[in-house]
Design a protein around this ligand. Structure first.
Ligand code: TXA
Ligand code: MG
Length: 348
């Protein structure tokens, strides 16, 4: 049985937090909100707890976890070296949605990091996450609290959909604010490499570290993945989704044609698109999930995973999605997730 404990997002009840912290200390699994998505927490220094975590998620042992801490000094205890650049970035972005990859200290079990000699660390900003860290007095290993390869959970209901009965506790504090995961930055390489675009933008990082580079290569099969979501499908609905990219008008024409063909073939169709384009399907018998306006990437981020899950629950044969309008700022992370969620990408 999974206990669902409702807590206030700003001022969580200390008794509820103490119960969850105690569960973690005993090697249990607790899902909790962060500002990005819900995480599934385990005692990061307890190998058995970490093994249970991988098992509950169905996550391959080759995919390393992020360890959550309260402060930079907690982080320093888990690494062999803190470069100046890490101090600078942590003081600017922590607590917040930036994950820093640093050389792992021996105290961190290799199971946490998929055998890598590096460890990913972040100090979350959500008051519930911070209260839990403070009460447990532990580093908490926490991947997103979804089944492996499903969309990340932005609400406690999503956690229960995937992990109900497989974990001990869910702290339900309502929807998360950001909606897309943290940015993962590898500081063990010079210059630093952006492994996963996320809630802290490349532009924000480059304002402080101009030489940050983007990663491009894909690792060999069987090798521990140096970055998240390198699998072809990740963050994905179960219903196959096709993403239409390229020149916007041409891409939308092809998307519309695909919808027409699918309906003619008797298929049930879901469409994922921004508010600006939702009207296209007003009189068409499809299920539309709207992402919010193209003027506000934050609104799109907050809706993205919930929209994917809504379409997935609607018993459709196919989902079609229109590309997002831009590549800068938060759009980079959103387009990345949309591409990874797609089973197929059609470029015009
Ligand atoms: O916003 C977030 O980051 C959320 C919340 C819960 O904090 N967590 C999250 O965790 O998205 P997860 O496990 O779904 O994605 C973390 C990614 C992993 O896929 C992994 O590839 C990368 O971070 N990562 C972890 N440790 C790493 C390491 N030592 N080197 C490189 N990448 C690492
Ligand atoms: Mg994840």
């Amino acid at each position: 049985m999974t206990a669902v404990i409702t807590v206030d997002a700003e001022n969580p009840d200390p008794a509820a937090i103490a119960r969850a912290a105690d569960c973690l200390r005993r090697g249990g699994l607790v899902a909790f909100p962060t500002e990005t998505v819900y995480g599934l927490g385990a005692h990061a220094l307890d190998r058995r707890a970490v093994a249970r975590l991988f098992e509950a998620k169905g996550r391959p042992a080759t995919d390393p976890l992020i360890v959550h801490v309260t402060t930079s000094s907690d982080a320093a205890a888990l690494v062999t070296q803190v470069p100046d650049i890490a101090r600078t970035l942590a003081s600017r972005f922590w607590p917040g949605p930036l994950t820093l990859v640093l050389p792992r200290a021996a105290v961190v079990p290799p199971e946490v990091t998929a055998g890598l000699d590096t460890v990913a660390l972040r100090a979350p900003a959500h008051p519930v996450a911070r209260a839990l860290l403070a009460a447990a007095r532990l580093p908490i290993a926490a991947p997103s609290a979804n089944l492996f390869s499903r969309p990340s959970p932005t609400r406690a209901e999503h956690v229960l959909e995937d992990l109900g009965g497989r974990i001990d506790i869910v702290l339900d504090a309502g929807p998360t604010h950001v909606g897309v995961e943290s940015t993962v930055l590898d500081l063990t390489r010079t210059p630093p490499v952006l492994l996963r675009p996320g809630a802290v933008t490349l532009e924000q990082l480059r304002a402080i570290v101009p030489e940050v580079t983007l990663r491009t290569a894909t690792p060999a099969p069987g090798v521990a993945m140096p970055s998240p979501g390198l699998l072809s499908r990740h963050y994905a609905p179960r219903t196959p989704m096709t993403l239409y990219e390229g020149a916007p008008t041409a891409a939308r024409d092809r998307l519309r044609a695909a919808v027409r063909d699918a309906l003619a073939a008797g298929q049930r169709v879901g469409v994922l698109l921004t508010a600006e384009h939702a009207h296209i399907f007003r009189d068409v018998p499809v299920v539309v999930a709207e992402l919010g306006t193209e003027r506000d990437p934050h609104a799109v981020a907050a809706r993205l995973y919930a929209a994917l899950r809504e379409l997935d629950a609607a018993q459709l044969d196919i989902i079609v999605a229109a590309d997002l309008p831009q590549e800068d700022g938060l759009w980079r992370a959103l387009r990345d997730r949309l591409r990874r969620a797609a089973a197929q990408i059609v470029s015009t």
